[in-house]
Design a protein around this ligand. Sequence first.
Ligand code: NI
Length: 158
Amino acid sequence: MALRKILTEEDETLRKVCRPVTEITDRIRSILDDMADTMHDAGGVGLAAPQVGILRRMFVVQIDPEGPLYELINPQIMETDGEQCGEEGCLSVPGYVGTVTRPNYVKIKGLDRNGNSVEYEGTELLARAFLHENDHLDGILYTQKATDIHYADQDEEQ
Ligand code: NI
């Protein structure tokens, strides 16, 4: 298990547009492994390569510990539909949440770690996670889209 340092929002790296992965090598697979470890360790549901300082178009998403780990290289949004409005956070903005309106459905395609084409569909939280991570690849943080950004007080829901 190799953990990488997660960059936080003041780091300009997070505002840069990432370049495509041109060749899927063992190094790329090793970065994806580290990204999944880092995401799990931090208790997140998604992590994009720029968040660990790698300006390449790839991310990992896992919304349920028992569910699938999605790895997408050079992702492209194919279709979106509907609307959802909900609370969102980011491992690069620790402690805070904000309300973001996003499509409720997304179809996304890309490459897996072996270079095979993959296509996934997601609704609700999965759609939100795909779209949030895909935004990171274009240098966009959820804080640019959110309203009501506030510290996530643990007692808030009581
Ligand atoms: Ni994020």
